[in-house]
Ligand binder design. Structure first.
Ligand SMILES: Nc1ncnc2c1ncn2[C@@H]1O[C@H](COP(=O)(O)OS(=O)(=O)O)[C@@H](OP(=O)(O)O)[C@H]1O
Ligand SMILES: Nc1ncnc2c1ncn2[C@@H]1O[C@H](COP(=O)(O)OP(=O)(O)O)[C@@H](O)[C@H]1O
Length: 187
């Protein structure tokens, strides 16, 4: 078994899981992808585990009941742990609406290895953005159990990092994330 410290030495940095929670349209995927690009540019090993992507593959048997969301997030956390074990910076943009489930995920990792990122944006603004037209469908009843409409979102109260995408431009939010990662992951 190769120890984490050996991976860190080869990679030139430590690993970390950044778990992005926020409403649909809050900016999770955008920020994770832009942050990945910045980390890649600096030679940092990183990966994005996007909710939409996982749901079209490994999690395609799951829907949006509370139980299915929990299983969806549990599997994502296990995949994140595998990448972490080889020293990657793992960016996980998934709605993660339940405080209890987020707490379980937090416990799965230690405080050293885990940063919860609250991607803060009001429902009104997310609905205006509606990048995939899902809010429109949810409002017209075509999609059920939609987060923020007829399924609960509990805003994080103890996130290590909050990015306010309603009031700050993307570049500013990415800079905050990159600075935090560079600081935490330096050897
Ligand atoms: N009912 C309902 N509620 C919320 N979201 C829905 C729903 N149906 C489909 N979608 C699409 O699925 C994406 C959210 O998946 P996640 O795996 O991140 O959700 S969760 O963490 O399990 O709650 C979400 O992606 P994002 O918009 O990137 O958040 C939507 O594209
Ligand atoms: N500061 C910001 N950070 C991230 N996205 C932003 C910001 N301001 C506006 N946006 C826009 O909001 C939308 C967010 O969509 P997306 O990243 O798919 O959200 P999510 O993954 O949370 O559903 C994109 O169209 C993005 O360009």
């Amino acid at each position: 078994m190769i120890e984490k410290s050996e991976w860190n030495r080869v990679n030139g940095h430590k690993g970390k899981v950044l778990w992005f929670s926020g409403l649909s349209g809050s900016g999770k995927s955008t920020l994770a992808a832009e942050t990945e690009r910045e980390l890649f540019r600096r030679g940092i090993r990183c990966v994005v585990l996007d909710g939409d992507q996982l749901r079209s593959g490994i999690n395609r048997d799951l829907g949006f009941t509370d139980q299915d969301r929990n299983e969806n997030l549990r599997r994502a956390a296990e995949i994140a742990a595998l990448f972490l074990s080889v020293g990657f910076v793992v960016l996980v943009p998934m709605i993660s609406p339940s405080a209890e489930t987020r707490n379980t995920i937090r416990q799965r990792f230690g405080p050293e290895d885990y940063t919860e990122v609250y991607v803060k944006c009001s429902l009104e603004t997310c609905e205006q953005r509606d990048p995939k037209g899902l809010y429109r469908k949810a409002r017209s009843g075509l999609i059920k159990q939609f987060t923020g409409i007829d399924s609960l979102y509990e805003p994080p109260l103890e996130a290590e990092l909050t990015v306010d995408t309603e009031h700050e431009p993307t570049e500013h939010c990415v800079q905050l994330l990159v600075d935090s990662i560079l600081c935490d992951c330096q050897l």
